[in-house]
Design a protein around this ligand. Structure first.
Ligand code: MTE
Ligand code: MOS
Length: 766
């Protein structure tokens, strides 16, 4: 990694007095796979997750939920066999502030009061020192509900079979217009239509959700828990308790994965634990077991997409019309923003003069769907990339030739009218991916061999992009802050609300600060996200942490370094010891040395919410993924045999962690494509166990071959862009295209379980 580049590197500190080091330049820390900061603690079992924490006198809390999808609460019955006087019992009337989970809007109650709108909606909370008695008590509460008719599908919601939300069951809709789609149909040589569907998907972080709360009217509310966004939880608690901001404190405990699933739901559990703590005056711990976590918390939005595409004879895109709908469940939660990202990514990395995307998020009586890695893009990208393979067949081009004729280049515009100003080389990424996977040779070979075999092989790919950071003006509104200070002995502390959840925040921030300051990574300490201690650097979502918050860390480090230079405490050519004494000298003379940096939106990025046009994202990662599959036609089982992931992500800060992000995302994408099937019964997940909700194991994941192209992004820290969600977008369509290539089946929905594939194979033979 650090070859010629590192030798030429001039910014690294030069050593004084140590001869052996004069001839070996300090390698750049950015671009080096330094070990994960918290890795040793994690693998040796020393890390303390929320369930490892205990407070004196602590109670356990649990949630009594609605069994019905929709209805009016008539009565709540408490079985007299339980000694209820020993329990703390909380219902909606105990809420001191507003009964809501404040997010974009405040439609979702923290506890259902008069009505329930989805199965597993929380109605009553119980706390007791004995977990086992608590579970008995939970079963002894009966919520009597007068059932109302409910709706469970996008179709029924759109048809307004029941009006369950607002005036039209629609949380949000968008319309993207570029050129004149209506005028294009007449000029087309080909018009191709298609319908695509994707299912729900459970995040399946290793550590289920959990929270501990301490709360009383004098001290306010403090919660510790597994979460991605401390300031989201903070906002929700302030509203729920009607407290001033400084009376609410949220501390993130080590988080065993989030994947979007700990973006909005932790506000709910924090609210529940805090309400029990408030009423009992004791600390209360709520930890979900896997079954509760699976049935009650958010999942990826199911989607339906209709494509209509006009092309010229030689396969040039003339017009793309997309109709995209996602199922938001019973409350709005984050559906508008998931929809927004799905909408903007729906037309992919292609240059097309006329594009129309219409989209909407609708209400059903299911538990709210929520953030999951990719945030709407995996849904719309699946539809597009599957559709393009079908088009290629109709137009008579290879899938790669069709893409090549339409890839976007510098100076051209995306569907939302964003002019691509960065260098983009989709052709190069595709060439490299196809070559590394022997795509053409294998396509040919499989075509010859398949007719003689019951095991059919196939190879397919997907080309895609993923924008990093909040959409449009989002980062401007967020106005994130991060800070850095130094101790008298020269340790550097980074303060941000951004959380580590396995994706590498701690290590990446440390690398950025160490590189900027020219000191060792061991001198950098990343402070625990705690709203009483750290500024609001925004939520840990949208693949924004490295690129947006990392940049703030870099600027803060630079500002501290400048203070040391300007004060004459430090001279160029310093080493880590010089840095340490400079910090000590500075602090002795002037007091604390710290720097707080606020995000400034680049003035040349413009976004218009009214027309939904402009610079949707500051930067995109670009990628081409190739999947090879085998399909056993007797059992309709699909195996992914090989996987090549080529992406351009700006400068790679930590190659091992970055490759880990891609590998993990591809594994989740394999689950999304083939195995992870949520079985719904009256709006309730009926396979909420890991024995019947099938996810890929190591046996089902092939070696994933990850390749990075690096074109440093001028505005990213050290040139980096965001990559966290990217791998989810392209994996499922690459696999679906490979299955279609292997079998001739027209794959239009995922997951492609054996049952689904059998059905599709029958239509091939019919
Ligand atoms: N990787 C791990 N190991 N664990 C996670 O929870 N979350 C994903 C992705 N990669 C996640 C992960 C999601 S949904 C997002 S938005 C990004 O990481 C967030 O982190 P980033 O901003 O540092 O990319
Ligand atoms: Mo990620 S879905 O933005 O937490």
């Amino acid at each position: 990694m650090h070859d010629a580049h590192a030798l030429e590197f001039t910014g690294a500190p030069k050593s004084r007095g140590n001869l052996s080091r004069i001839f070996v330049p300090e390698p750049s820390i950015i671009g080096t796979s330094v070990p994960r900061k918290e890795g040793r603690e994690k693998v040796t079992g020393r890390t303390r997750y929320v369930d490892d924490l205990s407070f004196p006198d602590m109670l356990y809390g649990t949630t009594v939920r609605s069994a019905n999808p929709r209805g009016r609460i008539r009565a709540i019955h408490f079985d007299p066999a339980i000694p209820w006087n020993e329990f703390t019992v909380v219902s909606a009337k105990d809420i001191p502030g507003k009964n809501c989970i404040a997010l974009l809007i405040e439609d979702q109650p923290c506890l259902a009061d008069e009505f329930v709108n989805h199965p597993e909606e929380a109605v009553v909370l119980l706390a007791h020192p004995d977990k086992y008695l608590l579970e008995e008590a939970r079963r002894a509460v009966q919520i009597e509900i007068e059932p109302y008719p409910a709706i469970f599908t996008i179709e029924d919601s759109l048809a307004r079979k029941q009006l369950i939300w607002g005036e039209d069951n629609i949380f949000k809709s968008f319309r993207v217009e570029k050129g004149d789609v209506g005028a294009a149909w007449g000029a087309a040589d080909f018009i191709v239509e298609g319908d695509y569907e994707t299912g729900a998907q459970e995040q399946l972080y290793i550590e289920p959700q959990g929270m501990i709360a301490q709360a009383n009217p004098t001290d306010g509310v403090t919660v510790w828990g597994s979460l991605q966004c401390p300031y989201y939880v903070h906002k929700a608690l302030v509203r729920l308790f009607g407290l001033p901001k400084d009376h609410v404190r949220v501390v993130q405990t080590e988080t065993g994965g989030g994947f979007g699933g700990k973006e909005e739901y932790p506000s709910m559990i924090a609210g529940h634990a805090a309400l029990l703590a408030w009423k009992s005056s004791k600390p209360v711990k709520i930890i979900y077991d896997r079954a509760e976590d699976m049935v009650a918390t958010t999942k990826r939005h199911p989607s339906r997409t209709h494509h209509k595409t006009a092309l010229t004879r030689d396969g040039k895109l003339l017009a793309i019309e997309i109709d995209f709908t996602i199922d938001g469940g019973a409350y709005e939660t984050l559906s508008p923003v998931v929809l927004s990202r799905g909408t903007i990514h729906a037309a992919g990395p292609y240059n097309c003069p006329n594009v129309r995307v219409r989209s909407r998020a609708v209400a059903t009586n299911m538990p709210p769907h929520g953030a999951f890695r990719g945030f709407g893009a995996p849904q719309s990208v699946f539809a597009l990339e599957r559709h393009l393979d079908r088009i290629a067949e109709i137009v008579g081009l290879t899938p790669d030739e069709l893409r090549r004729r339409n890839f976007i280049h510098e100076g051209q515009t995306l569907a939302v009218g964003q002019v691509i100003r960065e260098t983009v080389k989709m052709d190069r990424l595709m060439d490299r991916a196809l070559e590394l996977s022997s795509y053409h040779a294998k396509r040919q070979r499989f075509q010859q061999e398949n007719p003689r075999s019951t095991i059919k092989r196939g190879i397919g790919f997907a080309a895609f992009l993923h924008g990093a950071g909040f959409t449009g003006s989002g980062e401007e509104y967020l106005a994130s802050e991060a800070a850095l200070d130094v101790t008298p002995d020269g340790r550097v502390r980074v303060f941000a609300g951004s959380t580590e959840m396995g994706q590498g925040t701690n290590t990446v921030f440390a690398q950025i600060a160490a590189e900027t300051l020219g000191i060792g990574i061991d001198r950098i300490e990343i402070m625990q996200p705690d709203t009483a201690m750290v500024p609001n650097s925004g939520p840990t979502v949208a693949s924004r942490t490295t690129m947006i918050v990392g940049k703030l860390v870099e600027s803060a480090a630079r500002a501290v370094q400048k203070s040391l230079f300007d004060g004459g405490f430090l001279q160029t050519g310093y080493d880590a010891d010089d840095f340490a004494s400079a910090c000590g000298d500075y602090i002795a003379r002037f007091g604390p040395l710290q720097s707080l940096i606020k995000y400034e939106h680049p003035t040349d990025l413009h976004w218009d919410d009214a027309t939904y046009t402009g610079d949707a994202y500051g930067a995109y990662a670009w990628a081409v993924y190739v999947a090879e599959v085998s399909v056993d036609t007797r059992t309709a089982e699909v195996r992914v045999e090989d996987f090549v992931a080529v992406q351009e992500v700006g400068k790679v800060i930590n190659p091992v962690l970055a490759a880990g992000q891609i590998e993990g995302g591809v594994a989740q994408g394999i689950g999304y494509a083939l195995y992870e099937n949520v079985v719904w019964q009256e709006g309730r997940m009926s396979n909420g166990q890991m024995t019947n909700y099938i996810m890929p194991t190591s046996m089902d994941v092939p070696p994933i071959r990850v390749f990075f192209e690096e074109i440093p992004y001028a505005r990213g820290p050290g040139g980096a862009k965001g990559i966290g969600e990217l791998p989810l977008d392209g994996t499922a369509p690459a696999i679906a295209n490979a299955i279609a290539n292997a079998t001739g089946a027209d794959i239009t929905r995922i997951p492609v379980t054996p049952e689904v594939l059998l059905e599709m194979l029958e239509s091939v033979h019919a």
